[in-house]
Design a binder for this molecule. Structure first.
Ligand code: PMP
Length: 286
């Protein structure tokens, strides 16, 4: 059984209870982060901590924990649960005011709820899926307009994964006004020649922590990066396609809506970026 963290205390997962009036439960009024663990260490903790603060600020939600204390909780959970490879899930909600009301509760009297738990994933870095590549379908992006805030409002992304599953695919890329926004839980990229193309940052997509690192590594490796919109038709005709996220790192996409991308197997660029990302992340992990 896992040891989890709830509002300042470590406890067995079956003893961690949250109120039925918690606004995370009633209204998806909460934000989250997922930090990966490699070799028992945290990948890009700083990036996740900064984005957490940004999400909280955007929702005028109080941060219940300092960055230093948060790092300590992450490390302690890794230690207590013996995690070598996996993820740490963190969620902060606006707390439980004791009733249901659309109006935000007074932060002086209603404390945020903070929860962290580990997900043990041995072999995460050497995932066979990375060798094979994944298949995506395209679906309409009908999410709200502040996708840059990492809220727990994940019903549509969850439905998107189910649509993909029913279609025999692994995930879905979402399309808005004819252009790909992102994957249900990852950023989307295509490769043409030596050029990596991905949508520019805006309120339309989550500002991926893995995205920032991968684009930096790509530039350091003299690859060309173009931040612009692309259509699903352009993606189908690209040499390669891939996704990035904290839990999948860099993952090749080999099929889009049943059409093979390139040769229909992982190409040259995505596997190389995965290699660099894993190597550099492991080196910089804390
Ligand atoms: N876009 C969406 C919609 C996501 O849910 C995620 C992962 N949470 C990402 C992109 C990737 O972000 P990161 O690299 O920070 O995991």
């Amino acid at each position: 059984m896992r040891t989890v963290y709830l509002n300042g205390e470590y406890m067995p997962e079956n003893e961690a209870n949250v109120s039925i009036f918690d606004r995370g439960f009633l209204m998806a009024d909460g934000v989250y982060e997922v930090t990966s663990v490699l070799g028992g260490k945290l990948v890009d903790f700083e990036g996740h901590a900064v984005r957490l603060q940004r999400s909280l600020d955007a929702l005028e939600m109080r941060n219940p924990i300092s960055k230093e204390a948060l790092l300590e909780v992450h490390r302690e959970l890794v230690r207590l649960n013996g995690i070598d490879e996996g993820m740490i899930y963190l969620q902060v909600t606006r707390g439980a005011p004791g009733d249901r009301d659309f109006v935000f509760p007074d932060p002086e009297t209603t404390a945020p709820t903070i929860v962290l738990f580990t997900q043990d994933k041995p072999g995460l870095a050497n995932s066979p899926a990375a060798q094979k590549g994944m298949k995506v379908i395209s679906i309409e992006d009908i999410r709200w307009g502040r996708r840059d805030i990492k809220t727990v409002q994940l019903l549509y992304p969850s439905m998107g994964k189910m649509m993909a599953k029913k279609a025999g695919a692994d995930d879905a890329w979402m399309i808005e006004d004819g252009y790909v926004t992102e994957g249900t839980s990852n950023n989307a990229y295509i490769v043409k020649g030596n050029k990596i193309v991905t949508r520019a940052l805006s309120n339309d997509i989550l500002h991926g922590i893995t995205r920032a690192a991968v684009l930096r590594f790509a530039q350091e490796a003299q690859m060309e990066v173009e931040e612009r919109n692309f259509t699903i038709e352009e993606a189908k005709k690209a040499d390669e396609a891939f996704i990035t996220s904290a839990s999948t790192f860099v993952m090749p996409v080999v099929e889009i809506d049943g059409v093979a991308v390139g040769e229909g197997v992982p190409g040259r660029v995505a596997p190389r970026l995965r290699e660099i990302y894993l190597e550099e992340s492991l080196k910089a992990a804390i």
